[in-house]
Design a binder for this molecule. Structure first.
Ligand code: NAD
Length: 344
């Protein structure tokens, strides 16, 4: 409390307000000046201005957590049907521009025609491409860059589940996703003149669990968890300005699960086990949108299940004392800070 030269008595008091928005918790502190009655107008002005300034900085902080999608260029593989098509549709709805590729030209062209009708011919484009062919994959990505000016979101999504052609499965599910990631990083990285962005690899819950019916599929997906989360930990990632994320759905009701005997061991029994866990492509889309738009999730995995929807996970080898046996645990992202990453 003080007295100024005109004899007015005033004192400063500090007020704190906790604002909660989804997972965001922000404490706003502001100062109010209590003065004599004759200075009441000045009290109102002082307090309001102070509060507005703080609120403005809070809003600015909240905004940096969220990636706007409107006008962003997207490259997505395996987009003719299933999860890839659902993601493409959702991104277009948010105003993004998508080039999707697929090995299946008939379904790809039909999907392109439908989506162009809904969202405009300039916003979506199909390119036939076998992702296991490095030249075709690069050419398709380059076409997206030419069409949209830049690609800021890359979804390596194409995949198959067929143990009878396991080498091809590894080539599609793993090698091509790694190559797609490398092509995207080269183009997007800010430290080499790119705009930054996010690489989302469609992995699976199969990347986090063993499964005796489909060991090579499981291996192909475990590899992508290892690759994606390792890239996220590169010390250069902040300068590159590119986030890395894994989308890990439970079984999804798509053509991929129309399995013939041999594609997985004991296919009928396997499908009986999967049936109660099955989710729809739209469930995956909701989780994908969170994953792609949350700018503070570098290195995260999002599991998508029937009960909770999208749930962040962080896989960690815990070896606290350096003596006990290390233990692998999956923790929600919120329980541990994310890997420091770029801002967008
Ligand atoms: P889907 O069969 O409906 O769609 C996959 C698309 O990839 C198809 O259009 C197919 O033509 C395309 N494709 C296959 N080989 C290709 C190649 N060599 N080059 C380009 N495109 C190719 O399957 P989906 O369920 O939508 O699968 C999409 C992704 O999701 C896959 O990576 C899959 O492993 C993963 N996933 C699927 C499930 C599930 O249960 N369906 C669960 C978790 C993860």
């Amino acid at each position: 409390m003080c007295t100024n030269e005109t004899g007015q008595v005033h004192s400063w008091s500090r007020t704190s307000v906790l604002i909660k928005y989804r997972k965001l918790r922000v404490t706003v502190s502001y100062c109010t000046r209590t003065v004599s009655v004759t200075d009441q107008a000045s009290l109102v002005v002082t307090s309001s201005v102070s509060l507005l300034c703080h609120l403005f900085s809070v809003c600015a902080k909240a905004k940096t957590r969220f990636m706007e999608l409107s006008g962003r260029g997207v490259f997505l593989t395996g987009g003719a049907q299933g999860i890839g098509r659902a993601i493409t549709t959702a991104l277009l709805d948010k105003g993004a521009k998508v080039l999707f590729c697929d090995v299946n030209a008939d379904i790809g062209k039909a999907t392109e025609a439908e989506l162009q009708k809904q969202c405009g011919a300039d916003n979506v484009m199909f390119q036939q491409c076998d992702v296991t062919n490095a030249d075709q994959l690069k050419a398709a990505f380059d076409q997206a860059v030419t069409k949209f000016g830049a690609v800021e979101i890359c979804c390596n999504n194409a995949g198959i589940m067929d143990e009878t052609i396991w080498e091809k499965m590894l080539a599609i599910n793993t090698t091509a996703q790694i190559r797609g990631s490398q092509i995207a990083l080269d183009h997007m990285r800010r430290d080499k003149g790119g705009r930054g962005g996010v690489i989302v690899n469609t992995v699976s819950i199969a990347g986090l669990l063993p499964g005796h019916e489909l060991p090579v599929y499981i291996a192909s997906k475990h590899a992508m968890i290892g690759y994606t989360t390792s890239c996220a930990r590169d010390p250069e990632v902040a300068g590159q300005g590119v986030r890395w994320c894994c989308l890990c759905p439970m079984p999804v009701n798509t053509g991929m699960l129309q399995l013939k005997e041999g594609q997985v061991k004991t296919a009928d029994q396997f499908m009986q086990k999967m049936q109660p866990l099955m989710i729809e492509p739209e469930d995956v889309v909701k989780a994908f949108m969170t994953l792609v738009q949350d700018t503070e999730n570098n290195g995260s995995m999002m599991v998508v299940n029937k009960v909770q929807g999208g749930v962040y996970k962080r896989r960690m080898l815990v070896d606290d004392d350096g003596q006990s046996n290390p233990m692998l645990i999956d923790n929600p992202l919120t329980a541990h800070p994310p890997v420091p990453g770029p801002s967008q």
